[in-house]
Design a protein around this ligand. Structure first.
Ligand SMILES: Cc1ncc(C[n+]2csc(CCOP(=O)(O)OP(=O)(O)O)c2C)c(N)n1
Ligand code: SF4
Length: 299
């Protein structure tokens, strides 16, 4: 369904003067959550950049109710909030907003368990591909070859396929999204809010600080990830996977921009660009990821 810009709420859900860095993708994503779901959101935020952005006391940077929770417990705490709303007969969408570390590493046990119980929550992984809040350490969602402070010569392992892992949980709704495509993300949030049970949205969120690019380029980098095929936009519902625009036009590899267009804007890949063998490994990963997603799309 098309979304009109005039129909979006005027209210600011991320307030000026918060503690985010310039060009921060997490504040962009949080604004979109507010625009999509309005005042009906209860956010559950484990430790990470967004718990700092949100701030405390007079510097409070958000206008949504937020439960800050320990790093490992996002999905468990949200399950409790959803139960409390249900018992009290209150309306509201319980939304976990967790980083890649808080999702794919330390929060994974609570996430997997809540998915298995089919809790009525929306879980968003805001994926900036490293532990940014504590100084850019690698996570299991950092891509192959990327520099972080704990992978100074480039990470040796590929990114964990989190959305596919969540599809394997057979939950009602799984989607990927990007801060470079707000309409797509807002539509997916609204759809998720209409579905009962567990919903997982994986939001690609390029971070200028950790990825080493100019803060004015966040949207450009986010869009290039999709245009080069490095990040695929899709949704999985009722046992079927469907590609979303513009990824649906990029199944044919020749339609995608060269991967280097995406990599060359980011300092974290500078050493990789000097090594054709390493670059080839990343290209092969992208091809394999597309094959896997297309198998699900045709199955
Ligand atoms: C049990 C525990 N270990 C470590 C920390 C320190 N810590 C706070 S935030 C954070 C990084 C969060 O990374 P991520 O989840 O990727 O979110 P981001 O900061 O990138 O938004 C870490 C390691 C903590 N709060 N609790
Ligand atoms: S480190 Fe990155 S994700 Fe964290 S506040 Fe800064 S720009 Fe945002």
């Amino acid at each position: 369904m098309a979304i009109s810009i005039r129909a979006l709420p005027r209210k600011k859900y991320v307030l000026p003067g918060n503690a985010a860095c310039p060009g921060c993708p997490e504040t962009m994503g949080l604004r979109f959550v507010g625009m999509a779901l309005g005042d009906k959101v209860v956010l559950v935020v484990p430790a990470g950049c967004s718990s700092v952005i949100q701030g405390l006391g007079p510097k409070y940077g958000m206008s949504m109710p937020i439960l800050n929770i320990v790093f490992a417990a996002g999905a468990a705490a949200a399950s409790g909030v959803a139960a409390a709303l249900r018992i009290r007969g209150l309306e509201g969408h319980v939304v976990v907003w967790a980083g890649d570390g808080g999702t794919a590493d330390i929060g994974f046990q609570a996430l997997s368990a809540a998915a298995e119980r089919n809790e009525d929550i929306i879980y968003i992984c805001v994926d900036n591909e490293a532990y940014m809040n504590t100084g850019i350490q690698r996570s299991s969602l950092t891509p192959y070859g990327a520099w972080t402070t704990t992978t100074p010569a480039g990470k040796r392992e590929h990114k964990k396929p989190m959305p596919l892992i969540m599809i394997a949980h057979r939950v009602p709704y799984v989607a990927t999204a990007s801060v470079g495509y707000p309409w797509d993300f807002i539509a997916k949030l609204r759809k998720a809010a209409r579905i009962r049970g567990f919903k997982y949205i994986h939001l690609h969120a390029p971070c200028p600080v950790g990825w080493r690019f100019d803060p004015s380029l966040t949207v450009r980098v986010a869009r290039l990830a999709v245009e080069t095929g490095m990040w695929i936009l899709y949704e999985y519902e009722n046992g079927r996977l469907r590609l979303n625009p513009p990824s649906d036009k990029l199944v044919d590899k020749s339609k995608r921009k060269p991967l280097v267009e995406y990599l060359k804007l980011q300092g974290r890949f500078s050493h990789l660009l000097k090594n054709p063998e390493e670059l080839r490994k990343l290209e092969e990963y992208v091809d394999a990821m597309w094959e896997e997603v297309m198998r699900l799309a045709s199955g």
